[in-house]
Design a protein around this ligand. Structure first.
Ligand SMILES: C=C(O[C@@H]1C=C(C(=O)O)C=C[C@H]1O)C(=O)O
Length: 356
Protein backbone atom coordinates (compact mmCIF):
# COMPACT_ATOMS: atom_id res chain seq x y z
CA UNK A 1 0.00 0.00 0.00
CA UNK A 2 2.81 2.36 0.98
CA UNK A 3 4.51 1.74 -2.32
CA UNK A 4 1.29 2.46 -4.27
CA UNK A 5 0.80 5.75 -2.40
CA UNK A 6 4.38 6.75 -3.16
CA UNK A 7 4.01 6.07 -6.86
CA UNK A 8 0.72 8.00 -6.96
CA UNK A 9 2.37 10.95 -5.29
CA UNK A 10 5.03 10.90 -7.94
CA UNK A 11 2.35 10.84 -10.68
CA UNK A 12 0.57 13.80 -9.02
CA UNK A 13 3.83 15.77 -9.02
CA UNK A 14 4.49 14.93 -12.67
CA UNK A 15 0.95 15.97 -13.63
CA UNK A 16 1.46 19.33 -11.93
CA UNK A 17 4.65 19.80 -13.90
CA UNK A 18 2.87 18.83 -17.11
CA UNK A 19 0.22 21.42 -16.35
CA UNK A 20 2.81 24.15 -15.78
CA UNK A 21 4.52 23.21 -19.05
CA UNK A 22 1.19 23.26 -20.92
CA UNK A 23 0.46 26.77 -19.63
CA UNK A 24 3.94 27.95 -20.62
CA UNK A 25 3.50 26.44 -24.11
CA UNK A 26 0.11 28.15 -24.44
CA UNK A 27 1.66 31.55 -23.52
CA UNK A 28 4.48 31.07 -26.06
CA UNK A 29 1.95 30.23 -28.79
CA UNK A 30 -0.02 33.38 -27.93
CA UNK A 31 3.16 35.47 -28.23
CA UNK A 32 3.93 33.87 -31.61
CA UNK A 33 0.33 34.63 -32.61
CA UNK A 34 0.89 38.34 -31.82
CA UNK A 35 4.01 38.44 -34.03
CA UNK A 36 2.16 36.69 -36.87
CA UNK A 37 -0.74 39.13 -36.56
CA UNK A 38 1.68 42.11 -36.76
CA UNK A 39 3.24 40.58 -39.86
CA UNK A 40 -0.18 39.96 -41.43
CA UNK A 41 0.03 36.15 -41.22
CA UNK A 42 -2.78 33.81 -40.18
CA UNK A 43 -2.41 31.73 -37.01
CA UNK A 44 -2.12 28.36 -38.74
CA UNK A 45 1.14 26.93 -39.99
CA UNK A 46 0.39 23.35 -41.00
CA UNK A 47 3.95 22.56 -42.03
CA UNK A 48 5.30 23.72 -38.66
CA UNK A 49 2.63 21.65 -36.89
CA UNK A 50 3.58 18.52 -38.81
CA UNK A 51 7.26 19.21 -38.02
CA UNK A 52 6.49 19.54 -34.27
CA UNK A 53 4.63 16.19 -34.29
CA UNK A 54 7.27 14.42 -36.37
CA UNK A 55 10.15 15.65 -34.15
CA UNK A 56 8.44 14.32 -31.02
CA UNK A 57 7.59 10.97 -32.62
CA UNK A 58 11.23 10.65 -33.73
CA UNK A 59 12.40 11.41 -30.18
CA UNK A 60 9.99 8.90 -28.63
CA UNK A 61 12.07 6.04 -27.23
CA UNK A 62 9.94 5.19 -24.19
CA UNK A 63 6.99 2.84 -23.77
CA UNK A 64 4.26 5.49 -24.19
CA UNK A 65 2.26 4.29 -27.25
CA UNK A 66 2.98 6.25 -30.44
CA UNK A 67 -0.71 6.64 -31.43
CA UNK A 68 -1.54 8.11 -28.04
CA UNK A 69 1.49 10.43 -28.15
CA UNK A 70 0.37 11.69 -31.56
CA UNK A 71 -3.21 12.31 -30.35
CA UNK A 72 -2.00 14.16 -27.22
CA UNK A 73 0.45 16.35 -29.12
CA UNK A 74 -2.12 17.22 -31.80
CA UNK A 75 -4.65 18.20 -29.16
CA UNK A 76 -2.08 20.45 -27.44
CA UNK A 77 -1.15 22.12 -30.74
CA UNK A 78 -4.83 22.66 -31.56
CA UNK A 79 -5.46 24.34 -28.22
CA UNK A 80 -2.38 26.57 -28.72
CA UNK A 81 -3.52 27.54 -32.23
CA UNK A 82 -7.04 28.34 -30.99
CA UNK A 83 -5.48 30.65 -28.40
CA UNK A 84 -4.11 32.75 -31.28
CA UNK A 85 -7.38 32.97 -33.19
CA UNK A 86 -10.54 30.86 -33.02
CA UNK A 87 -10.90 28.77 -36.16
CA UNK A 88 -14.29 27.76 -37.63
CA UNK A 89 -14.22 24.46 -39.47
CA UNK A 90 -17.13 23.18 -41.59
CA UNK A 91 -17.63 19.47 -42.28
CA UNK A 92 -20.11 17.14 -43.92
CA UNK A 93 -22.51 16.51 -41.03
CA UNK A 94 -24.47 15.74 -38.99
CA UNK A 95 -22.36 15.22 -35.89
CA UNK A 96 -20.43 11.91 -35.76
CA UNK A 97 -20.03 11.34 -39.51
CA UNK A 98 -16.69 10.03 -40.72
CA UNK A 99 -16.00 13.59 -41.98
CA UNK A 100 -16.48 14.76 -38.39
CA UNK A 101 -13.96 12.12 -37.26
CA UNK A 102 -11.53 13.37 -39.90
CA UNK A 103 -12.03 16.98 -38.76
CA UNK A 104 -11.43 16.04 -35.11
CA UNK A 105 -8.32 14.11 -36.07
CA UNK A 106 -6.96 17.14 -37.94
CA UNK A 107 -8.16 20.08 -35.83
CA UNK A 108 -8.75 18.51 -32.38
CA UNK A 109 -11.48 19.23 -29.86
CA UNK A 110 -10.85 22.95 -29.16
CA UNK A 111 -12.06 24.05 -32.60
CA UNK A 112 -15.49 25.48 -33.45
CA UNK A 113 -17.22 23.04 -35.82
CA UNK A 114 -20.08 23.65 -38.24
CA UNK A 115 -21.82 20.48 -39.45
CA UNK A 116 -23.40 21.06 -42.89
CA UNK A 117 -25.79 18.99 -44.96
CA UNK A 118 -23.84 18.50 -48.18
CA UNK A 119 -20.34 18.60 -49.65
CA UNK A 120 -21.35 21.65 -51.72
CA UNK A 121 -22.48 23.49 -48.56
CA UNK A 122 -18.99 22.91 -47.11
CA UNK A 123 -17.34 24.35 -50.27
CA UNK A 124 -19.68 27.36 -50.17
CA UNK A 125 -19.00 28.01 -46.48
CA UNK A 126 -15.25 28.06 -47.13
CA UNK A 127 -15.43 30.03 -50.40
CA UNK A 128 -17.48 32.76 -48.70
CA UNK A 129 -15.01 32.68 -45.75
CA UNK A 130 -17.78 32.01 -43.23
CA UNK A 131 -15.56 29.06 -42.24
CA UNK A 132 -11.77 29.15 -42.47
CA UNK A 133 -11.49 25.45 -43.36
CA UNK A 134 -13.71 22.63 -44.53
CA UNK A 135 -13.32 18.85 -44.36
CA UNK A 136 -14.72 16.73 -47.20
CA UNK A 137 -14.28 13.09 -48.25
CA UNK A 138 -12.34 12.68 -51.50
CA UNK A 139 -11.68 8.98 -51.92
CA UNK A 140 -12.47 5.64 -50.28
CA UNK A 141 -10.14 2.68 -50.67
CA UNK A 142 -13.06 0.35 -51.55
CA UNK A 143 -15.74 2.56 -53.13
CA UNK A 144 -13.32 4.87 -55.00
CA UNK A 145 -13.50 8.61 -55.68
CA UNK A 146 -16.15 10.89 -54.22
CA UNK A 147 -16.95 12.56 -57.55
CA UNK A 148 -18.95 15.45 -56.08
CA UNK A 149 -15.80 16.57 -54.22
CA UNK A 150 -13.59 16.48 -57.36
CA UNK A 151 -16.21 18.39 -59.35
CA UNK A 152 -16.61 20.98 -56.60
CA UNK A 153 -12.87 21.57 -56.12
CA UNK A 154 -12.61 22.48 -59.81
CA UNK A 155 -15.51 24.93 -59.53
CA UNK A 156 -15.13 26.77 -56.21
CA UNK A 157 -12.42 29.32 -55.35
CA UNK A 158 -10.78 27.27 -52.60
CA UNK A 159 -7.50 25.39 -52.27
CA UNK A 160 -6.66 21.99 -50.88
CA UNK A 161 -4.48 22.66 -47.82
CA UNK A 162 -4.34 19.32 -46.07
CA UNK A 163 -5.28 15.66 -46.18
CA UNK A 164 -6.22 13.16 -43.52
CA UNK A 165 -6.82 9.42 -43.69
CA UNK A 166 -9.46 7.82 -41.46
CA UNK A 167 -9.75 4.04 -41.09
CA UNK A 168 -13.40 3.12 -41.62
CA UNK A 169 -14.93 0.49 -39.39
CA UNK A 170 -18.66 -0.04 -38.91
CA UNK A 171 -20.55 -1.06 -35.78
CA UNK A 172 -24.19 -2.14 -35.47
CA UNK A 173 -25.82 0.15 -32.89
CA UNK A 174 -29.20 0.37 -31.16
CA UNK A 175 -30.68 1.49 -27.82
CA UNK A 176 -30.38 -1.82 -25.95
CA UNK A 177 -27.44 -3.66 -27.53
CA UNK A 178 -29.82 -6.62 -28.12
CA UNK A 179 -30.12 -8.11 -31.60
CA UNK A 180 -33.68 -9.37 -30.91
CA UNK A 181 -35.01 -5.75 -30.72
CA UNK A 182 -34.00 -4.90 -34.31
CA UNK A 183 -36.81 -4.63 -36.90
CA UNK A 184 -35.00 -2.32 -39.34
CA UNK A 185 -31.36 -1.44 -40.16
CA UNK A 186 -30.55 2.06 -41.47
CA UNK A 187 -27.34 3.52 -42.89
CA UNK A 188 -25.58 5.33 -45.73
CA UNK A 189 -25.62 3.27 -48.98
CA UNK A 190 -21.79 2.91 -48.93
CA UNK A 191 -21.82 1.59 -45.36
CA UNK A 192 -24.64 -0.86 -46.15
CA UNK A 193 -22.76 -2.03 -49.24
CA UNK A 194 -19.65 -2.63 -47.13
CA UNK A 195 -21.58 -4.78 -44.60
CA UNK A 196 -23.98 -6.54 -46.95
CA UNK A 197 -22.72 -10.11 -46.38
CA UNK A 198 -22.69 -9.68 -42.60
CA UNK A 199 -26.25 -8.31 -42.56
CA UNK A 200 -27.57 -11.10 -44.81
CA UNK A 201 -25.99 -13.75 -42.63
CA UNK A 202 -26.79 -12.32 -39.21
CA UNK A 203 -30.08 -10.44 -39.76
CA UNK A 204 -31.59 -12.24 -42.78
CA UNK A 205 -35.23 -11.22 -42.24
CA UNK A 206 -34.65 -7.61 -41.14
CA UNK A 207 -35.48 -4.71 -43.52
CA UNK A 208 -32.50 -2.60 -44.64
CA UNK A 209 -33.04 1.06 -45.62
CA UNK A 210 -30.71 3.75 -46.98
CA UNK A 211 -30.43 7.22 -45.39
CA UNK A 212 -28.17 10.21 -46.13
CA UNK A 213 -25.39 9.40 -43.64
CA UNK A 214 -24.31 6.90 -40.98
CA UNK A 215 -24.76 9.61 -38.35
CA UNK A 216 -28.34 10.28 -39.46
CA UNK A 217 -29.05 6.54 -39.11
CA UNK A 218 -27.68 6.71 -35.57
CA UNK A 219 -29.92 9.70 -34.85
CA UNK A 220 -32.94 7.61 -35.94
CA UNK A 221 -31.85 4.67 -33.79
CA UNK A 222 -31.64 7.02 -30.80
CA UNK A 223 -35.37 7.85 -31.08
CA UNK A 224 -36.75 4.49 -32.32
CA UNK A 225 -36.02 1.31 -30.30
CA UNK A 226 -36.83 -0.97 -33.27
CA UNK A 227 -34.13 0.66 -35.46
CA UNK A 228 -30.44 -0.26 -35.58
CA UNK A 229 -27.81 1.87 -37.35
CA UNK A 230 -24.61 0.86 -39.11
CA UNK A 231 -22.30 3.67 -37.96
CA UNK A 232 -19.01 4.64 -36.30
CA UNK A 233 -17.95 4.26 -32.67
CA UNK A 234 -18.11 8.08 -32.49
CA UNK A 235 -21.82 7.88 -33.46
CA UNK A 236 -22.39 5.38 -30.63
CA UNK A 237 -20.91 7.87 -28.14
CA UNK A 238 -22.60 10.93 -29.63
CA UNK A 239 -26.11 9.44 -29.72
CA UNK A 240 -25.76 7.27 -26.56
CA UNK A 241 -26.26 3.96 -28.37
CA UNK A 242 -25.20 0.45 -27.41
CA UNK A 243 -23.06 -1.78 -29.59
CA UNK A 244 -24.84 -4.89 -30.92
CA UNK A 245 -21.82 -6.01 -32.98
CA UNK A 246 -18.40 -4.49 -33.72
CA UNK A 247 -16.48 -4.33 -37.01
CA UNK A 248 -19.24 -5.81 -39.20
CA UNK A 249 -17.71 -4.72 -42.54
CA UNK A 250 -17.10 -7.47 -45.11
CA UNK A 251 -13.72 -5.97 -46.13
CA UNK A 252 -10.89 -5.06 -43.77
CA UNK A 253 -8.39 -2.29 -44.47
CA UNK A 254 -11.10 0.18 -45.47
CA UNK A 255 -9.73 3.76 -45.40
CA UNK A 256 -11.16 7.09 -46.53
CA UNK A 257 -9.01 10.03 -47.56
CA UNK A 258 -10.37 13.48 -46.68
CA UNK A 259 -9.29 16.87 -47.95
CA UNK A 260 -8.96 19.95 -45.80
CA UNK A 261 -10.01 22.88 -47.97
CA UNK A 262 -9.33 26.56 -47.30
CA UNK A 263 -7.76 29.66 -48.78
CA UNK A 264 -4.17 29.30 -47.65
CA UNK A 265 -1.18 27.31 -48.79
CA UNK A 266 1.05 25.62 -46.24
CA UNK A 267 4.77 26.22 -46.84
CA UNK A 268 6.83 23.17 -47.92
CA UNK A 269 7.18 20.60 -45.13
CA UNK A 270 9.52 18.22 -46.97
CA UNK A 271 6.80 15.56 -47.20
CA UNK A 272 4.17 17.18 -49.39
CA UNK A 273 1.65 16.38 -52.05
CA UNK A 274 0.36 18.57 -54.87
CA UNK A 275 -3.09 18.30 -56.49
CA UNK A 276 -4.07 19.73 -59.87
CA UNK A 277 -6.42 19.23 -62.79
CA UNK A 278 -5.93 19.77 -66.51
CA UNK A 279 -7.45 19.20 -69.92
CA UNK A 280 -5.57 18.33 -73.11
CA UNK A 281 -6.41 18.57 -76.79
CA UNK A 282 -8.04 15.59 -78.56
CA UNK A 283 -4.99 14.17 -80.35
CA UNK A 284 -2.65 11.16 -80.02
CA UNK A 285 0.01 11.53 -77.31
CA UNK A 286 -1.47 14.63 -75.64
CA UNK A 287 -1.87 12.92 -72.25
CA UNK A 288 1.41 11.09 -72.74
CA UNK A 289 3.28 14.40 -73.11
CA UNK A 290 1.95 15.52 -69.72
CA UNK A 291 2.84 12.24 -68.00
CA UNK A 292 6.30 12.25 -69.60
CA UNK A 293 7.09 15.60 -67.98
CA UNK A 294 6.58 13.99 -64.55
CA UNK A 295 8.33 10.74 -65.50
CA UNK A 296 11.46 12.49 -66.84
CA UNK A 297 11.91 14.29 -63.52
CA UNK A 298 11.14 11.15 -61.53
CA UNK A 299 8.19 12.83 -59.82
CA UNK A 300 5.93 10.15 -58.40
CA UNK A 301 2.21 10.35 -59.15
CA UNK A 302 -0.07 9.15 -56.35
CA UNK A 303 -3.38 9.33 -58.27
CA UNK A 304 -4.82 10.19 -61.65
CA UNK A 305 -8.50 10.15 -62.51
CA UNK A 306 -10.63 11.55 -65.32
CA UNK A 307 -14.02 13.23 -64.91
CA UNK A 308 -16.40 14.47 -67.61
CA UNK A 309 -15.63 18.14 -68.40
CA UNK A 310 -19.43 18.76 -68.52
CA UNK A 311 -19.03 21.73 -70.91
CA UNK A 312 -19.08 19.38 -73.91
CA UNK A 313 -19.78 15.62 -74.25
CA UNK A 314 -16.71 13.33 -74.35
CA UNK A 315 -14.27 15.97 -73.11
CA UNK A 316 -12.46 15.18 -69.86
CA UNK A 317 -10.71 16.83 -66.95
CA UNK A 318 -7.78 14.88 -65.51
CA UNK A 319 -7.27 15.15 -61.74
CA UNK A 320 -3.73 14.36 -60.69
CA UNK A 321 -1.94 14.11 -57.33
CA UNK A 322 1.83 13.90 -57.15
CA UNK A 323 4.54 14.00 -54.52
CA UNK A 324 6.20 17.36 -53.84
CA UNK A 325 5.32 21.01 -53.23
CA UNK A 326 4.63 23.63 -55.90
CA UNK A 327 7.55 25.67 -54.47
CA UNK A 328 9.99 22.75 -54.97
CA UNK A 329 12.16 23.82 -57.96
CA UNK A 330 11.78 20.43 -59.71
CA UNK A 331 8.00 20.39 -59.49
CA UNK A 332 7.51 24.05 -60.43
CA UNK A 333 9.67 23.55 -63.55
CA UNK A 334 7.69 20.39 -64.34
CA UNK A 335 4.38 22.26 -64.05
CA UNK A 336 5.67 24.99 -66.39
CA UNK A 337 6.33 22.35 -69.01
CA UNK A 338 3.04 20.56 -68.34
CA UNK A 339 1.17 23.83 -68.82
CA UNK A 340 2.54 24.05 -72.39
CA UNK A 341 0.99 20.62 -73.20
CA UNK A 342 -2.44 21.49 -71.73
CA UNK A 343 -5.46 23.41 -72.94
CA UNK A 344 -6.07 24.32 -69.33
CA UNK A 345 -4.19 23.59 -66.10
CA UNK A 346 -5.16 24.53 -62.58
CA UNK A 347 -3.17 23.99 -59.41
CA UNK A 348 -5.46 22.91 -56.58
CA UNK A 349 -3.00 23.05 -53.72
CA UNK A 350 0.20 21.77 -52.09
CA UNK A 351 -0.05 20.37 -48.57
CA UNK A 352 1.69 18.09 -46.05
CA UNK A 353 0.91 14.43 -46.76
CA UNK A 354 -1.47 12.76 -44.34
CA UNK A 355 -0.29 9.79 -42.27
CA UNK A 356 -1.76 6.51 -43.44
C1 LIG B 1 2.74 28.37 -32.22
C2 LIG B 1 2.55 28.51 -33.54
O1 LIG B 1 1.27 28.60 -34.10
C3 LIG B 1 0.48 27.47 -34.40
C4 LIG B 1 0.62 26.45 -33.34
C5 LIG B 1 1.65 25.55 -33.36
C6 LIG B 1 2.05 24.78 -32.13
O2 LIG B 1 1.30 24.82 -31.17
O3 LIG B 1 3.12 24.12 -32.13
C7 LIG B 1 2.36 25.36 -34.57
C8 LIG B 1 2.03 26.03 -35.70
C9 LIG B 1 0.90 26.98 -35.78
O4 LIG B 1 -0.18 26.38 -36.44
C10 LIG B 1 3.68 28.62 -34.50
O5 LIG B 1 3.47 29.07 -35.64
O6 LIG B 1 4.82 28.24 -34.13
Amino acid sequence: MKELEKLRQEIDQLDRRLLELLHRRFELAKAIGEIKRREGQGPLDLSREREVVRKLLDLNRGAFPEDSLRAVVLEIINACRQAQEPTRVAYLGPEATFSHMAALEFFGHSTEYVPLESVLDVFEEVESERARFGVVPVENSIEGTVSITLDAVSQYRVKVCGEVYVPISHHLLNQTGRKEDIRKVLSHPHALAQCRRWLRKNLPSVAVEEVASTALAARWAAVDPSVAAVASPLAARTYHLQVVAKHIEDYRGNVTRFWVIGKETPSPSGRDKTSLFFSVSDRPGALYAVLRAFAERRINLTKIESRPAKSEPWRYLFFLDCEGHVEDPGLSECLEEVRRHCLHLEWLGSYPRGDL
